[in-house]
Design a protein around this ligand. Sequence first.
Ligand SMILES: [Zn+2]
Length: 136
Amino acid sequence: MTDTVSAARRSENMRRIRSKSTAPEVFIRSLVHRLGFRFRLHRKDLPGKPDLVFPGRRKIIFVHGCFWHLHGGSCKVARIPRSNAEYWIPKLRRNKERDAEHVRLLKEMGWTPLVIWECETTDSKLAAHIATFLGS
Ligand SMILES: [Zn+2]
């Protein structure tokens, strides 16, 4: 019984965090759109179902939620709940390993991927950075 309750609560938490983590993606999409670039969304035939795909340029943008993709370094957004660390850490590590594998495969296929982290979406230089990436 206890297990059932905690499992239900856990998946509710996951749902909440997951839906919240799509906000950065929506933000990047509209930013790129305003910059005048056209893209495809979530192409299922590519490793990792990249968030934004620019077929003519062979470029890809991933927008990673800092929590789900285990952003390291000085990131303040990626904090793992201490009480559930045993549960989260292996799970998030797997996500990160998968991300690295997707980037490797995409490069092999001739794509140039760019990862934008959730915590970078507030950076005032981001638009210029994206324009340079896509224009080069
Ligand atoms: Zn971050």
